[in-house]
Design a binder for this molecule. Structure first.
Ligand SMILES: [Zn+2]
Length: 481
């Protein structure tokens, strides 16, 4: 055999071994174990009526906190008082920042760090222009078939009412939790989030450190990973950062009959075009890797199954495929997108100013400063002034360890209310009140067992009543576990 042939034979052998190894890994990949859950506890009609009443009280978060509709928030308080007599008899309630609440339910063992169950009961307004698109009254709390409709049914009154129902029912059974349970409800998560800030401040003053904090955010999905044909519990363990930038161009304007070669609008348009053409780095973070590994054995899409079970070789391909759709891209990279564009006052005047607002969601491991630098480099035009703006900005949150007990507890409770669930760690793309709680706990988790929640901040927000029933069982397991 010539040297050339020997090399060719060796390469062939290596390729065969490689393919063999890829096949072994693919065909040996075990699906996440399947399981059947026991029947859910019966759902009292009163619980559904309470959720409906809660939705019918329009606790809308105004952008300007001074414009809060106090009457609605007070009505909601009276509703809580009358719907949950045992809670108001037996638990201490602190009213914080006017309308946020902390209920303390003393546990049998005071040496154990408390469990915090949280939710918010403010909602976003319904745009007047969208009213005609709703098939029900947004604040009607209407029940049609097996679904309850209305603003807040998903975000986030279902969590709050499920928590209240759970605790009221346990109190009626004379149950005492092992560890103290704190119920923390914010009243302006959809605007400033100051209620949650004030609650955390109060808990800090009391030197409270929580074992676990469970808030909205993650949910079951059947739709996002269709090729699995089984539900995945997206269990939030951290949040992307949030920042808003202003891009501003100022140039002498003038008469539109004699335009300069470049106007403020031209410069800004080019800048935005360049920015949108530039890709932020794609990365598979540890929780995302764990996510992919856990679903890898259950994929019914063969190329995807091969790739997921051989990330050591196909990471680049997986990054490419994830980057093809918006959900995947949000998982693996910082996103930057223009959301407001402003310029001009008259059709025959060249404006002297053009302004764009760009919103970014920042992947853990990166920072607001780095995003600003990325935008500057992508635009590469010193005539475009870039500055941080907006009501709110936050760096990416620290991440809860998905090997920790708290993750397992939530994963077990989620798996106990739905058949064949695959629980996976998940980095959330939106921000919630719970980010504030990271100063008082290493165990912040975002999950509520609803399935592909419909109408978040949109039209015909609605919740299958079965999801509400699941939520009550889920919170019962967290308290009782
Ligand atoms: Zn929410």
């Amino acid at each position: 055999m010539s040297v050339g042939n020997k090399i060719a034979a060796l390469i062939t052998l290596l390729v065969v071994l490689l393919i063999g190894w890829i096949c072994i890994r693919t065909f040996n990949a075990k699906p996440w174990p399947k399981h059947k859950v026991s029947p859910l506890a019966a759902l009292p009609q009163a619980a559904v009526t309470h959720l409906s009443t809660a939705i019918s009280i329009p606790t809308v978060s105004p952008q300007d906190p001074s414009r809060i509709d106090s009457a609605a928030f007070l009505k909601y308080r009276s509703f809580l008082d009358s719907a949950y007599p045992m809670i108001h008899q037996r638990l201490r309630r602190n009213i914080v920042a006017d309308f946020s609440y902390v209920y303390t339910w003393k546990g049998a063992d005071s040496s154990l760090a408390p469990l915090i169950l949280m939710a918010h009961y403010d909602v976003v307004p319904v745009e007047p222009s969208a009213l005609s698109l709703w098939t029900v009254k947004p604040f009607g709390g209407e029940i049609k078939g097996d679904t309850i409709f209305g603003r807040g049914s998903v975000d986030d009154k279902c969590s709050m009412i499920a928590i209240m129902e759970t605790v009221e029912a346990l109190l009626r059974q004379n149950f005492t939790p092992r560890r103290t349970v704190l119920l923390c409800f914010g009243h302006n998560e959809e605007s400033t989030g100051q209620g949650a800030v004030a609650i955390v401040h109060l808990l800090q003053q009391k030197n409270i450190r929580a074992e676990m904090v469970v808030d909205e955010g993650g949910e079951f999905t059947r739709e996002k990973l269709g090729d699995l044909q089984r539900p995945v519990a997206l269990i939030g363990i951290g949040e992307k950062g949030y920042a808003t930038f202003e891009l501003l161009v100022e140039r002498a304007g003038g008469h539109s009959s004699r335009p300069d070669k470049e106007t403020a609008i031209d410069i800004l348009s080019r800048a935005l075009y360049k920015l949108r053409g530039e890709e932020t780095p794609r990365r598979i973070l540890d929780p995302t890797r764990e996510f992919l590994v856990r679903i890898s054995g259950s994929s019914n899409d063969f190329p995807r199954k091969v790739a997921l079970n051989n990330l050591w070789l196909f990471e680049g391909y997986v990054l490419y495929k994830l980057g093809e759709d918006k959900d995947g891209r949000a998982m693996i990279s910082t996103t930057i997108v223009p959301t407001i564009l402003e310029s001009g006052i008259r059709e025959n005047v060249i404006p002297s100013q053009a302004r764009a607002i760009v919103n970014s969601r920042i992947l853990p491991g990166e920072s607001i400063k780095e995003v600003q630098e990325f935008i500057r480099k992508a635009i590469d035009d010193s005539r475009v002034k870039i500055r941080i703006t907006g009501d709110f900005s936050t760096e990416p949150s620290p991440m809860t360890d998905f090997h920790a007990d708290v993750f397992k507890k939530v994963a077990d409770a989620a798996s106990a209310v739905e058949d064949d669930v695959i629980p996976v760690p998940y980095i959330m793309v939106g921000a919630t009140d719970s980010r504030n709680y990271r100063t008082i706990s290493n165990g912040v988790i975002n999950f509520c067992p609803i399935t592909d929640g419909k109408g978040y901040h949109g039209i015909d927000e609605r919740l299958p009543i079965k999801d509400f029933q699941r939520a009550i069982q889920f919170y019962t397991l967290l308290i009782d576990g």
